[in-house]
Design a protein. Structure first.
Length: 210
C-alpha cells in the first residue's frame, strides 16, 4: 500500500520552524489588482466558466466571513466547498484519499477530523508570522484533504482567508499554483517565504502607484 502522506505531513509540520523565513508584514494596503478574483474568473486554471463563477461565489462568501471574523473551521470550509462544487451538502471524507495520480495517499483514522480542526485553529496563532500561518493553512487543507473533491481550490481560499483576516490581499496568485508534496519540509518552508515575498511585492507596487 502507498505510504500515508498525511502522516508524513503531520511529522514534517511539527519539525518546521514556522517563525523563521517570513518577516514583518507591511501595513495593509489595497492591491492594484485583485489576484484572487482574477484566479477565480479564470476558473482556477480552468476554462470552465461555471467553475469560475462558483469559485467567485466561494471567494465572496469567504470575504464576508472574514469581515464577521468567523474562525477557520472544518464547518466553515464545508460551506465554501458547497459553493466551489455547486452542491448542497459536503461531508468530511469517509475513507483514504488519493492525489497526484494515486502517488500520494492521505490516510483516515478516527482522529483525522479532530486533528484537522486543531491545525486550523493554529491559523490564528499570533505567535506565528502571518505569511507562515497562511502557507501552513494551505498545506493543511491540501494534505488533510478533507473533502472528496476540490481540495486544491479550497486550499487557496483558506490561504487567502487567513490573509484577509489581517487586511491583506494578494495581487498575484499564480506563483502559488504549483505541485506540493507532503514529505517536503523545505518546500513547505519555501511556500511560507513565497507568501511573504508576494505580500511585500504587492505592497511595494501598490504604494509606488499612489
Amino acid at each position: 500500500m502507498t505510504a500515508d502522506a498525511l502522516a508524513a505531513w503531520v511529522q514534517v509540520r511539527s519539525r518546521i520552524d514556522w517563525t523563521s523565513g517570513a518577516g514583518q508584514i507591511p501595513a495593509p494596503v489595497e492591491p492594484i489588482v485583485d489576484g484572487l478574483t482574477i484566479w477565480c474568473t479564470e476558473g482556477g486554471r480552468s476554462s470552465d466558466l461555471a467553475r469560475g463563477q462558483r469559485l467567485l461565489a466561494a471567494l465572496a462568501q469567504s470575504r464576508t466571513d472574514a469581515r464577521r471574523r468567523r474562525p477557520l473551521t472544518c464547518g466553515l470550509l464545508a460551506e465554501w466547498q458547497q459553493l466551489v462544487l455547486g452542491t448542497t451538502e459536503v461531508q468530511f471524507r469517509q475513507g483514504d484519499a488519493f492525489a497526484k495520480g494515486g502517488r500520494e495517499r492521505y490516510g483516515l483514522t478516527p482522529h483525522t477530523q479532530r486533528d484537522f480542526e486543531h491545525c486550523l485553529r493554529e491559523s490564528a496563532d499570533p505567535r506565528v508570522p502571518l505569511a507562515s500561518r497562511a502557507a501552513r493553512a494551505y498545506l493543511d487543507v491540501a494534505f488533510f484533504h478533507p473533502f472528496p473533491d476540490g481540495n486544491a481550490r479550497l486550499a487557496t481560499l483558506a490561504l487567502a482567508y487567513v490573509l484577509e483576516l489581517e487586511g491583506v490581499r494578494l495581487d498575484q496568485v499564480g506563483p502559488l499554483q504549483t505541485t506540493r508534496y507532503a514529505d517536503d519540509a523545505a518546500g513547505a518552508a519555501d511556500l511560507a517565504a513565497l507568501v511573504f515575498v508576494l505580500i511585500r511585492s504587492m505592497h511595494q507596487r501598490a504604494t509606488s502607484s499612489r
